[in-house]
Design a protein around this ligand. Structure first.
Ligand SMILES: CC(C)(COP(=O)(O)OP(=O)(O)OC[C@H]1O[C@@H](n2cnc3c(N)ncnc32)[C@H](O)[C@@H]1OP(=O)(O)O)[C@@H](O)C(=O)NCCC(=O)NCCS
Length: 138
């Protein structure tokens, strides 16, 4: 089930974020509760609930025109949840009038495949790590 996150969900969002095995956050303390709260209260965070718990979420930053977060707990990958959450984040950017969306991701990951399959194209240095990808009319 798809729904919007509330502030009380932030602890669960952090658990999902720390459960992933690709695009791992080097220093989790760099992403503060205040940042999560800003996204929940402003641009909105889409969460996917299954078996009574949050197993994925996404958020976009209309100020910068990028996807801020897209994470699915490993046991729930490959079922279309990430694609559904990516669509929500793109809709957020589209609604805010963003003409070209961008994000960075680690190369050769499931995430890179997902973005490419959704039409995102690599921009900038081809050998960069992380790579930067962009999508016109998100
Ligand atoms: C990237 C990520 C969000 C994708 O989430 P996901 O739920 O697995 O995404 P989807 O299920 O929509 O798509 C993934 C795969 O499942 C396939 N798939 C999609 N819907 C499907 C369905 N209904 N049935 C079977 N397979 C399906 C897709 O074709 C895709 O296949 P591929 O990996 O071989 O290319 C997730 O893997 C993740 O959190 N990764 C770690 C964190 C990360 O990298 N985040 C991005 C940071 S930039």
């Amino acid at each position: 089930m798809l729904r919007k996150a509330v502030v009380d969900d932030i602890a669960a969002l952090k658990l999902v974020r720390s459960s992933v095995v690709e695009n791992i956050l080097g220093d989790p303390s760099k992403v503060t509760d205040a940042e999560y709260e800003w996204f929940v209260k402003n641009s909105g965070v889409a969460v996917w609930e299954e078996q009574g718990g949050i197993v994925g979420f996404s958020a976009a930053d209309p100020r910068q025109g990028n996807i801020w977060a897209l994470f699915v707990t490993p046991g729930f990958e490959g079922k279309g949840i990430g694609s559904r959450l990516l669509a929500e984040a793109c809709f957020c950017l589209q609604s805010a009038g963003v003409e070209r969306a961008w994000l960075t991701t680690d190369p050769r990951t499931r995430a890179e495949r997902l973005y490419r399959a959704a039409g995102w194209e690599q921009v900038g240095d081809a050998s960069a790590d992380p790579i930067r990808v962009a999508l016109t009319s998100p």
